[in-house]
Design a protein around this ligand. Structure first.
Ligand code: KIV
Length: 271
């Protein structure tokens, strides 16, 4: 906080300085109320395409559209005063060409007010990352398990246990050299996360990738116990909001069925 009480916005320079220093805290957010809650505690807030599975009931992130990301990005932006906001580029919005990626990323930045975009893929996305960063679009990269490639990867499996370790290291080096300001390492083994973090100059942000990263990200609904779907083993649940909400809803239903309306009795009692 500054002396005026206004929160100072986290900058890309500050994120870069966190390399091998104080870990970077990152959570996803998709709505204004959640953005307000996470803002004071996170350096980075990610409007992840996980929104499709978490809030829209989709089976994967593949059907998520640019319009969905922009709508949720705008909502999150309204709730942030401090944290650096990153918006995911959805499947199909950036892979075709660097020009397509620029056009869509520029739209995301202009319409949501985010500070950066995130896109999945390593060496094969390096040219696009170079093109975007050279034109004023900061990029967070994402390697290891890349959920948009779930079909090609054969599921949401741990990456880097075998021969693929060298490729994932090359991917991380390629995106760092192309100008990404940070890289998400998803579901890679601890030795590989440690090696990548030691070898590249930009911060690594892990999700299911051990503590050997420069920061950590979780899907907010997972860590709050709100998401009833598949729960990855690496997620620590810090609350059981889904269970508590269900108990509250059941209590309300019991009250209604018993014609017990304390609020209404209170109001009518006063008049
Ligand atoms: O979409 C998302 O929420 C993500 C994080 C899991 C890193 O990409």
């Amino acid at each position: 906080m500054s002396v005026t009480g206004k929160a100072r916005a986290v900058t890309l320079t500050e994120i870069a300085r966190r390399k091998e220093a104080t870990p970077i805290v990152c959570l996803t957010a998709y709505t204004t109320p959640i953005a307000r809650l996470v803002d004071a505690h996170c350096e980075v807030v990610l409007v992840g395409d996980s929104v499709g599975m978490v809030l829209h009931g989709l089976d994967s992130t593949l059907p998520v559209t640019l319009d969905m990301m922009i709508l949720h990005g705008k909502a999150v932006r309204r709730g942030l005063a401090r944290a650096l906001m990153v918006v995911d580029m959805p499947f199909g919005s950036y892979e075709e060409s660097r020009e397509q990626a620029f056009r869509n990323a520029a739209r995301v930045m202009a319409e949501t007010g985010c500070a950066a975009v995130k896109l999945e893929g390593g060496a094969k996305m390096a040219e696009t990352i170079r093109f975007l960063t050279a034109r004023g679009i900061p990029v967070m990269a994402h390697v290891g398990l890349t959920p948009q490639a779930v079909n090609a990867l054969g599921g949401y499996k741990v990456q880097g246990r075998g021969d693929d370790a060298a490729r994932i290291l090359d991917d991380a080096v390629a995106v760092a050299e192309a100008g990404a300001f940070s890289v998400v390492l998803e579901k890679v083994t601890e030795p590989l996360a440690r090696r990548i973090t030691g070898e590249i100059a930009i911060p690594t942000i892990g999700i299911g990738a051990s503590a050997a990263c420069d920061g950590q990200v979780l899907v907010i609904d997972d860590m709050l116990g709100m998401f009833a779907g598949f729960q990855p083993k690496f997620v620590k649940r810090y609350a059981e909001l889904g269970r508590d909400a269900e108990a509250a809803i059941a209590a309300f239903a019991d009250d209604v069925r018993a014609r017990h309306f304390p609020a209404a009795e209170h109001v009518f009692g006063e008049t």
